[in-house]
Ligand binder design. Structure first.
Ligand SMILES: Cc1ncc(COP(=O)(O)O)c(C=O)c1O
Length: 414
């Protein structure tokens, strides 16, 4: 498949609107949330328009159609990740997926393979988003397990020298981001998985910033759990995914309890359905799941390799252009190897919030702040950065306008 930038842009209606007194929208904030193509908007609204009913319940045609659409979306997401349908749990977000795993592990009784005791270890890294940090802090606090982490080198990479000393016979869980939402670093997951599995630990992958941008196959990665959000993958808000190996999901206690997740219920007891139902209590986010099915199919039709190559070329272009700006410091890997299109930087003494506001006045949407990775920005000695994050609908022209905006800001702030 070949990548046709103009055709991609035409798929996203929001990109035709103007902002700030008629300026073209230069959207460089896809790391926070992506824009949506018409096929996704239509899939979600068509569900409400034509098929809306509670899934897995009613004995009527609409319920049947809704269930088919919802389960069809599950099959599409499974196919996208190289997984089986029973391994796809729909949640409301990646944050919920990661909380689900951590909380469910905390509910595992003695004798269950996930049971944690004081002295067991959970390994994360300094570059985690708060969504893949705080649930593990909480789990450690609940169980007496010990939280440990990979440090980040000044070049913005995980310090792999620590691999063997950090992941030990006491390690039960290793939970790592695939691609940093601040640095753009793509982490060496195979090395980490090999070491983790050698000591019998489970690997959880926070794939929020990788699944939308590159081919991700859970079987090839040999991981145990994976989380991502629909809204960063051209899908709707309110829908996330937890993938887990089927036999592991079926050994994991539930997180939320209630309707649909049970096998049998008496006034005093209940037993659990198998995955994925066990983890989908209540009426789920049906229209959003259907929208996500359309989103991953849209990405697949373009081709994840094509999207990754497009973003890589754009990242190369952006890094060269940004490095020409005096006083601009790029935070994160300066080489293109194992790096995605998330570009965080500081510009002299201009506060990132001021720069973000100035760029907005020029039509350029970026994010500023600590990007929900406060320990990382603190470690790097930059309390806040400006972040431009690229996606399939961005072009070299967008980068040129970012660069011009930064130069204008330098003049404006003196
Ligand atoms: C690496 C990473 N993990 C987790 C999250 C949380 O995703 P959500 O807010 O969609 O739950 C984000 C969102 O920015 C992220 O970038």
């Amino acid at each position: 498949m070949s990548f046709n930038s103009e055709a991609v842009i035409a798929d996203f209606p929001i990109l035709t609107r103007t902002i700030r007194d008629g300026k073209r929208l230069v959207y460089l904030d896809s790391g926070a949330t992506s824009q949506k193509p018409s096929v996704v908007i239509e899939a979600e609204s068509n569900f409400y328009r034509l098929h809306n009913a509670a899934v897995h319940r009613g004995a009527h045609q609409l319920a049947e159609e809704a269930t088919d659409a919802y389960e069809g979306a599950r099959a599409m997401v499974a196919n996208f990740l190289g997984a089986d349908s029973n391994e796809i749990v729909f949640t409301k977000s990646a944050t919920e997926s990661l909380n689900l795993v951590a909380y469910a592990i905390g509910n595992a009784p003695a004798g269950n393979r996930f049971h944690l005791t004081p002295g067991d270890e959970i390994v994360i890294s300094e570059m985690e988003h708060h969504a893949n940090l705080i649930p593990w802090q909480q789990l450690a606090a609940r169980t007496g397990a010990h939280l440990k982490w990979f440090e980040v080198t000044p070049a913005g990479r995980l310090d792999l020298e620590q691999l063997d000393s950090l992941i030990t016979a006491r390690t039960k869980i290793v939970s790592i981001t695939h691609q940093s939402n601040v640095l753009g670093t793509i982490n060496p997951i195979p090395e980490i998985v090999t070491r983790a599995h050698a000591v019998g630990a489970f690997v959880v992958l926070d794939a929020c910033q990788s699944v939308p941008h590159m081919p991700v196959n859970v079987k090839d990665l040999d991981i145990d759990f994976l989380a991502f959000s629909g809204h960063k993958s051209v899908g709707p808000t309110g829908i996330g995914v937890l993938w887990g190996r089927e036999e592991l999901l079926n050994d994991l206690p539930p997180f939320l309890t209630g309707g649909s997740m049970i096998e049998n219920v008496t006034m005093t007891t209940a037993t659990w359905a198998k995955a994925p139902k066990r983890f989908e209590a209540g009426v789920p986010n049906m229209a959003q799941a259907v929208g996500l099915g359309a989103a991953v199919t849209y990405l697949q039709n373009i081709g994840m390799n094509e999207i990754f190559s497009h973003e890589k070329e754009l990242t190369r272009y952006a890094m060269a252009a940004l490095s020409d700006i005096s006083d601009l410091t790029l935070i994160g890997p300066l080489d293109l190897e194992m790096r995605g299109g998330t570009l965080s930087f500081t510009v002299g003494d201009i506060h990132p919030h001021d720069l973000g506001q100035f760029l907005d006045s020029q039509g350029v949407a970026v994010r500023t702040g600590h990007h929900c990775a406060w320990p990382l920005t603190r470690k790097l000695g930059v309390p806040a950065t400006t972040r431009a994050s690229l996606y399939l609908y961005n072009t070299p022209q967008d980068i040129d306008e970012l660069v011009q905006g930064i130069r204008n800001a330098q003049k404006y702030f003196g």
